[in-house]
Design a protein around this ligand. Structure first.
Ligand code: IVH
Length: 675
């Protein structure tokens, strides 16, 4: 027997439901989280407690009722009254132009407005609402018949159980994509790795696999989300597809904020470029964009061919993941002696380029992913990121290939390999004896952001090291024209040029020299902090670990590496030899104690023509904090080329946005030369 139900309790339950729905709406639809998770959970628990005390309060659309349905024996088939169609694909701008030209001809018009949308890589879903309540959710299946996955769909918080506002038709069928956001995918797999559970293969499979669980409790544990992209059949809501989407948003459906009206093929192609540039910054995988003729009247005139509409087309991006075979595992030795296992692959076209090598990171990663020579592997290349072996397709493994072992001696110099307790990396102990380490340190020393020695590339460095002309970076400055000319493929002019470039590089700012020396854990930003703090190489070399920790951004590990570096006689010899050869560092131009941006928080996004680390330094030297993401605290966003979601967010929050030119002007006005 439940206790008697007072009006007060009834009202409280209704208020709680409304509040929870409101938070869901702000979180999923408006993308503006309004309360911390803990507060949300508290409201939900209070409602759960009330409902368990007074079961008659429970309604099917209560947010407590997302989970709870019994596991099924099988999914029931569902016939789609309006078939769920697929889309034709365009793989080039020309194909988009042809699609547009055909539509112009049929419609006998000169311009067409389209709605352009990101094409999410998930699973299509049909959601039927009756009198504003979710009645049935179904997968696409073959387009005519899908599966009834209502209990599973109900567990997805982004799918409204009850519509908001008013004005919806008695029966409404909304279609959209269920997907797994990348953060959720990664977090889930991290958890599985810890508990030795089964990892998800990729976010797309994860979404479809999660929806096809017979036990809704399992689906509920998967971090799924949803974007609505259409209404089934012709809709009386509006003639405009864009307005239909806006209406869906008001009724409580998340609609992708990147959806946009565009005009003609040019507008479509520009949108494809725009979304392509932000693809790697998005919180979910997309495999292309979709263009839909905006007017339903025009859609009807255009009609269908077989199972795809003539009024919509998908323009695909190059795939970011492909499957290929792992031919071998090689070991590369880096500047600090780190041994990196590298996968040699059967060439495969992925992310717009042909990939033959991919990093395997380190032995722990190889073990975790259980990668073995001969396996079929998923290669991933997102944007400019180095291609990596993401995972093994275990189902395709043949026989029982051997586990890979890291070598015990360096494959280049034969020195012992050591692995420090608790570190994933194995290192060659050969130091400058090891030709691989020597070559890599020289490459680093000469690189653009270090000493910037033009013309000293990897081929030439190979020759210099192989011919024993250069042992340490200081030897570079002892090279003579005649020695260089004796090298293969080196003419007099190139030799002259190189000598000249070496001469030119002899007066680096102190921070660049520090960076060029290749001290472990000292990147450009730390190098500048150190240079600013100590103002001279001698003072830095004499600093204790305690002195070093005083420097902003320097923690105990960096302090230890820096201190250790200057304790090694061979490093001091190199520095002395550099000085003897005429290398003379320059003091950093003092910005003066002026901190005009003090108290401000800046964010950098998009592509800038200078390294982001440098722009960050300018701002920090003027007193600003530089953060990684836009929030209510952000003062200013610097948006470079193809800025993506951060720019959108800044605009939404009304944060000041500067372009690169404006940033340059600002720093110039404070005495920093950005060029
Ligand atoms: S419209 C007739 N819009 O792509 C129009 N589809 O091959 C049919 N998809 O299975 C779909 N994002 O799951 C449309 N913004 C979007 C989409 C989208 C992803 C998927 C959808 C469908 C497939 C079409």
């Amino acid at each position: 027997m439940s206790a008697t139900l007072s009006q007060e309790v009834r009202d409280r339950a209704a208020t709680l439901r409304e509040e929870i729905d409101g938070h869901n709406y702000r979180y999923y639809v408006l993308d503006e989280p309004s309360v911390p998770d803990a507060e949300y959970d508290r409201l939900l628990r209070e409602l759960q407690a009330l409902e368990s005390e007074y079961p008659e309060l429970v309604t099917p659309d209560s947010p407590t009722q997302r989970v709870g349905a019994e596991p099924l024996a099988a999914f029931e088939p569902v016939r789609h009254e309006t078939p769920m169609l697929s889309l034709g694909n365009a793989f080039s701008n020309e194909e988009v132009e042809q699609f547009h030209a055909r539509a112009l001809k049929t419609l006998e018009t000169e311009h067409i407005d389209y709605v352009a949308e990101p094409k999410l890589d998930g699973v299509a879903m049909s959601l039927r609402y009756r009198d504003g309540l979710l009645e049935r959710a179904a997968t696409r299946g073959d387009g005519q018949t899908g599966e009834n996955v209502t209990s599973n769909a109900r567990t997805i918080d982004a799918i409204p159980l009850r519509l908001r506002g008013a004005g919806w038709p008695e029966e409404l069928e909304v279609r959209g994509e269920v997907y797994m956001p990348l953060a959720g995918f990664e977090e889930y797999n991290r958890r599985m790795a810890e508990t030795e559970g089964k990892a998800l293969v990729n976010p797309r499979n994860a979404a479809s696999g999660s929806l096809r669980q017979l036990d809704p409790q399992l689906t509920a544990q998967r971090p799924l989300a949803f974007f609505a992209y259409s209404v089934a059949g012709q809709s009386a809501i509006s003639d405009s597809h864009f307005e239909i989407l806006e209406q869906l948003r008001e009724w409580g459906f998340p609609v992708n904020p990147l959806v946009k009206r565009v005009r003609d093929a040019e507008g479509c192609i520009a949108y494809y470029e725009e979304i392509g540039a932000m693809r790697d910054d998005l919180a979910y995988d997309i495999d292309g964009v979709v263009f839909k003729v905006e007017s339903q009247r025009e859609q009807e005139t255009l009609g269908f061919v077989s199972r795809a509409p003539r009024w919509a087309i998908a323009q695909k991006f190059p795939a970011q993941e492909e499957i290929t075979q792992l031919l071998d595992i090689d070991i590369q030795v880096g500047r600090t002696g780190a041994l990196t296992p590298v996968a040699r692959l059967e060439p495969v076209f992925v992310g717009g380029v042909t990939v033959t090598n991919a990093t395997l990171h380190n032995i722990d990663e190889i073990r975790r992913k259980d990668v073995r020579v001969g396996d079929w592997v998923v290669v991933r290349r997102a944007g400019d990121v180095i291609p990596e072996v993401a995972r093994v397709v275990l189902e395709r493994r043949e026989g029982r290939p051997k586990e890979f072992q890291m070598p015990e001696t360096c494959p280049v110099c034969g020195s012992d390999v050591e692995r420090v307790e608790g570190e994933a990396v194995s290192r060659c102990t050969g130091g400058l004896v090891c030709k691989a380490q020597r070559k890599q340190s020289l490459m680093h020393f000469a690189s653009r952001r270090a000493m910037d020695i033009e013309g000293l590339g990897s081929k030439l460095i190979d020759q210099l090291v192989e011919n024993d002309l250069v042992h340490s970076v200081a030897d570079l400055y002892r090279l003579e024209k005649e020695q260089l000319m004796a090298l293969e493929r080196m003419g007099e002019k190139s030799a002259d040029n190189l000598v000249e470039q070496l001469e030119k590089s002899k007066t680096p700012p102190l921070d660049r020299l520090l960076y060029a020396l290749g001290i472990r854990e000292v990147g450009e930003v730390t190098a500048t902090s150190l240079a600013r703090h100590f103002e001279s190489l001698e003072r830095l070399a004499a600093a204790s670990e305690d002195d070093l920790i005083e420097v902003p951004d320097v923690g105990p590990i960096v302090a230890q590496h820096v201190h250790h570096f200057f304790q090694q006689p061979e490093n001091l010899e190199v520095i002395e030899a550099l000085e003897q050869a005429g290398v003379q560092w320059q003091a950093l131009e003092s910005i003066g104690g002026d901190q005009p941006l003090e108290g401000q928080t800046w964010v950098l996004t998009g592509a800038l023509s200078v390294p982001r680390a440098r722009a960050k330094q300018w701002l920090e030297s003027l007193g600003a904090k530089v953060a990684g993401s836009v929030s209510g605290n952000t003062t200013t966003l610097v948006a470079g080329e193809a800025a993506g979601s951060k720019l959108a967010k800044a605009e939404k929050l009304g944060v000041e946005v500067l372009d690169e030119a404006a940033l340059f002007e600002l720093v110039r006005s404070h005495g920093i030369d950005p060029d």
